[in-house]
Design a protein around this ligand. Structure first.
Ligand SMILES: *[C@@H]1O[C@H](CO)[C@@H](O)[C@H](O)[C@H]1NC(C)=O
Ligand SMILES: *[C@@H]1O[C@H](CO)[C@@H](O)[C@H](O)[C@H]1NC(C)=O
Ligand SMILES: CC(=O)N[C@H]1CO[C@H](CO)[C@@H](O)[C@@H]1O
Length: 301
């Protein structure tokens, strides 16, 4: 029973170089920053971290690099007890992101450098023993491979009758990734992507995505920044869940990933209903931004 609570997070892990500054630098200038650090990033990688901080058991599945620079990431995963035993490896240099945080405006400017780093394939995914897991979480990317991975989970589930929940983090490329949603139990649609579709509120976004689906299976969740989040269950009941007000805003990087992890944790470990799990996710996201990194989220346990 307890074994089945392990979460498998499928996606990317990258290096983030973060510099913190009072204001955004002028182009073509040469300046010093107030502070800076580098750390493990990537959406699924961050979701793994927050899940682990909340007390969940987690396994990460993504492409690892044999490059020297990647060792700190491996070390961090190991230290945090996030399993990587099914991950394939490449000799290619890992992807990285350069992040500039400007303190006066609170803006976060991110440049991703990916250099055609390979993504995990459905072939790699076949090596995973799914019987160890209670939940599989995917990033919506590389749809031709990801749909095969999700289908493999669906097939496993119907063959073995195991309870195995599937969630999707849907943040980019709406048309390309849309058909991944039909196979999932939970889809978290980002506000950014909803806005790109012209949807102006969480409810409009949930209903809009639901209308575009063919089988109408998943529950749809849409976080809407300081307004909290909306959720639409599979019987098409919609609810708005208000935000928690953060007592201070220190670092908003990874707030979306914290929301995602909070939702998974509340559903799998606390057996909360959809709206209660979304409420808990709001709480985790608003607590996340009161400090740097994720370790302070343990205070919510
Ligand atoms: C960072 O902030 C410091 C202190 O306000 C300022 O002197 C410096 O020019 C800033 N650097 C950048 C890169 O914006
Ligand atoms: C992942 O978390 C790190 C650490 O907080 C953060 O710098 C980064 O921006 C996050 N990445 C994503 C994609 O959310
Ligand atoms: C692939 C993907 O979903 N990437 C997202 C990771 O998280 C950042 C910040 O929330 C998004 O901007 C990306 O689109």
């Amino acid at each position: 029973m307890s074994l089945k609570k392990t979460v498998l997070c499928v996606g990317c892990t990258v290096i983030d170089f973060v510099t913190i500054n009072a204001s955004f630098p002028e182009e073509d200038s040469d300046r010093r920053c107030l502070d800076g650090y580098w750390q493990r990033g990537g959406n699924a990688s961050n979701v793994s971290t927050v899940l682990q901080v909340l007390g969940a058991r987690v396994e990460f599945f993504g492409m690892l690099s044999r490059a020297d620079g990647f060792r700190v990431l491996l070390e961090d995963l190991r230290k945090r007890d996030i399993g990587v035993r099914y991950c394939p490896q490449t000799d290619k240099d890992p992807p990285f992101s350069s992040v500039i945080l400007a303190q006066d405006t609170g803006s976060r400017t991110i440049v991703h450098c990916n250099k055609n780093y390979p993504y995990v394939t459905a072939e790699d995914f076949k090596r995973i023993d799914l019987s160890a897991f209670g939940w599989v979480h995917f990033e919506a990317r590389c749809p031709t491979e990801t749909i095969k991975m999700i289908q493999a989970v669906v097939d496993y589930r119907s063959k073995c009758g195991d309870e195995l929940i599937i969630s999707l983090d849907f943040e980019t490329l709406y048309e390309e990734n849309l058909n991944l949603c039909d196979l999932c139990d939970y889809v978290v649609l980002s506000k950014d992507l909803a806005l790109k579709k012209g949807w102006k509120a969480a409810q409009e976004a949930c209903l809009g995505l639901e209308r575009d689906l063919i089988q109408h299976r998943p529950a749809i969740i849409c976080p809407w920044g300081s307004d909290g989040a909306g959720c639409l269950d599979s019987n098409k009941n919609y609810r708005d869940m208000g935000a928690y007000k953060a007592n201070k805003i220190v670092d908003t990087l990874g707030a979306g990933d914290s929301f995602m992890a909070g939702f998974i944790y509340a559903t799998l470990y606390r057996l909360y209903s959809l709206s209660d799990a979304v409420d808990f996710a709001n709480q985790v996201a608003s607590h996340k931004i009161t400090n740097f990194g994720y370790d302070h989220i343990t205070e919510l346990k």
